[in-house]
Write a protein that binds this ligand. Sequence first.
Ligand code: UDP
Length: 238
Amino acid sequence: EIPETTFKRVMLKISGEALMGPQGFGLHPPTVERIAREVKSVHDMGVEICMVIGGGNIFRGLQGSAQGMERTTADYMGMLATVMNALAMQAALEQLNIHTRTISAIPMDQVCEPYIRRRAVRHLEKKRVCIFAAGTGNPYFTTDTAATLRANEMTCQAIFKGTKVDGVYDKDPMKHDDAVRYETVSYDDCLAKNLKVMDATAIALARDNKLPIIVFSLDEPGGFKGILAGQGTYTRVQ
Ligand code: UDP
């Protein structure tokens, strides 16, 4: 049975690490497939889906620059890592017969589509899943910021940030038994208390455009579909 949702178009942001599964690195095909099925279940509800996937399972710019590489070069490597993840997710979605387009902020026409806003909107209207790759195309940014930027451009109703935990806590719930989850939290509190939701640039961009961020657990089977139907636990940043 397919549940009802009030959402028509959403952005799903996941980190690259979400794709590495039990391994410490790279892509774990069964995990990629599992997340693709989560996306399919929401696609089946008729929701238009944008995705941004990080690259931290392959390469992070800060890590590279810590090892002596020029920061901008390291960041471009990080952006290329997100393209690899996007292609893996596109392949997994297409295995499930979901039409998908990988759209890169850095043109690489032999590999995927370049980002053209109106073209991407058209794909969404045709119920194709759009995976926005290569971040914002600029060094010194993150894929959280890319997700917020594209969500605004695509007029998504919210960003769904799939994580390992079911929301935002006042302290790390993996380390503290008495950590308390927020039902809702303001953008300003996230910034002032440095809560681990997204980086400050992304939160400010969401705040300035009144784009809600919904933090939920992607480890929960059926979690994404449930959250869209208003079930399960999550934190709403608003
Ligand atoms: N990156 C960048 N500009 C962007 C998005 C990403 O330079 O607009 C680079 C940056 O080096 C970052 C890497 O790509 O470390 C991977 O992205 P991110 O760290 O956001 O991935 P996640 O932590 O979500 O897996």
